[in-house]
Design a binder for this molecule. Structure first.
Ligand code: SF4
Length: 73
């Protein structure tokens, strides 16, 4: 799967509580802004990044992250 057509990591800023678990488990694809809210790539993810992003999705206590365009698991 090419990065152009790969899944994208999305954040629901309303659901997010700026807890920061996502950056702890997926620091390669998630950064935090100055208020502690996640900043994610706006482009499609590479296969290696998808693995990390999936970890962040599963670790988020608020279900504020999801992979858009990823096959169901
Ligand atoms: S783990 Fe979830 S609630 Fe915490 S900062 Fe990341 S997206 Fe927000």
């Amino acid at each position: 799967m090419s990065p152009q057509g790969g899944p994208r990591l999305r954040v629901d800023p309303i659901a997010c509580a700026a807890v920061g678990v996502c950056v702890q488990v997926a620091g390669a694809v998630v950064d935090l802004d100055r208020w502690g809210y996640p900043v994610v790539p706006t482009r499609a993810l590479t296969p290696g990044e998808v693995e990390q992003a999936d970890r962040a999705v599963r670790a988020c206590p608020r279900r504020a992250l999801w992979l858009d365009g990823a096959p169901p698991r």
